[in-house]
Ligand binder design. Structure first.
Ligand SMILES: NC(=O)c1cc2c(N)ncc(C(N)=O)c2s1
Length: 318
């Protein structure tokens, strides 16, 4: 194949494989069998080896970086990654609703989202390209785990629009992967992980991205830093925008027009959370309007416009 054909074939394969990857890992609706994906990926790897000038950092072949890191460098979060205030029962939620109404009046809508039991991370994109990913750390300073996050196939290496923004989400390990990993650990007489959250945290803290890549991690995005730039007016609109940009968001979210509807949603998921393929440790309830969120503001450590209902800890069967 001559150079100019190689260049257009590389571009065609990068587009095609990014789309197939998106269909499989974000939409969970693959349009081609794995063997087709692997064949095309192999062809792209060969062409990029033969013509390295056509290799780009966002190519589907660049998910697993080469080097093993000595240590993680530090990342200062532009906007702090706050923690959430907790609610443990119906009265706590009613008190939250009262506080919100007192501050911004009675015209409010809430959005309820599943609280993923994983590790909070932030991803930074510049002109649409994934450039850096970090752990929450202490909320202001986290660890640079870009190489490990690149191995999570549902994270787009390039957005559908050349936006520069920071997004937040929860990295997690699906329960099936957790059970498989512990089975392999026990076979190797290694100490198993206590739960999927520890397994996800331990995997993202590996200095060798090849190990992180083997752990089948995933990520749900739920927040956009500096929302204003993107024109979203509500949290639910922000989630729709994240989906449009190619991110994986959790589809179980629900708009609630009253605290009664919030309580219903909490009740529903208290019952059926075991049906999910991943662990959740509660429900996050947020005031949907971003201008009302601004009005409510934050305390030093958590937003006044959101609260986490925590499920009662499950009795550990010994
Ligand atoms: N600490 C936080 O602010 C959050 C933590 C989490 C979490 N673990 N899962 C889901 C959400 C969400 N959908 O907003 C949030 S928000």
């Amino acid at each position: 194949m001559d150079r100019s054909n190689a260049e257009s074939r590389v571009k065609e394969l990068q587009e095609l494989l990014s789309r197939y990857n998106y269909e499989y890992h974000v939409l969970d609706k693959p349009s081609v069998p794995d063997v087709e994906y692997d064949k095309l990926l192999h062809e792209l790897k060969q062409l990029e080896e033969e013509y390295p000038e056509f290799l780009t950092p966002d190519s589907p072949t660049q998910r697993i970086g080469g080097s093993v890191l000595e240590q993680f460098s530090k990342v200062n979060h532009k906007t702090p990654m706050l923690s959430l205030g907790n609610a443990f029962n119906e009265q706590d939620l009613r008190d939250f609703d009262k506080r919100v109404r007192k501050a911004v009046g009675d015209k409010i809508s809430y959005i309820c989202e599943l609280k993923i039991d994983g590790l909070a991370v932030s991803l930074r994109y510049e002109k649409g390209l994934f450039v850096q990913g970090a752990t929450r750390g202490d909320g202001s300073v986290g660890e640079d785990i870009t190489a490990n996050l690149k191995t999570i196939r549902s994270i787009p290496l390039r957005l559908n629009k050349p936006f520069s923004l920071e997004v937040r989400g929860e990295a997690f390990m699906p329960r099936s992967s957790f059970l498989q990993l512990n089975k392999e650990k026990e076979e190797r007489e290694e100490l198993p992980f206590a739960n999927p959250r520890n397994a996800a945290a331990g995997s993202l803290r590996q200095l060798d991205p090849r190990i992180a890549s083997s752990r089948n991690l995933d990520l749900f995005l739920y927040g956009i830093g500096e929302l204003g730039e993107t024109g979203a007016e509500t949290q639910s609109g922000g989630l729709d925008l994240l989906s449009e940009l190619g991110f994986k968001t959790n589809k179980e979210r629900r708009k609630c027009e009253s605290i009664e509807e919030v309580l219903q949603y909490v009740e529903e998921w208290t019952e059926k959370r075991a049906e999910l393929e991943y662990d959740i440790d509660g429900i996050v309830i947020k005031v949907d309007s971003l201008s009302q969120q601004e009005e409510l503001g934050t305390t030093v450590k958590s937003p006044r416009w959101a609260i986490a209902f925590k499920f009662p800890a499950e009795e550990v069967v010994t």
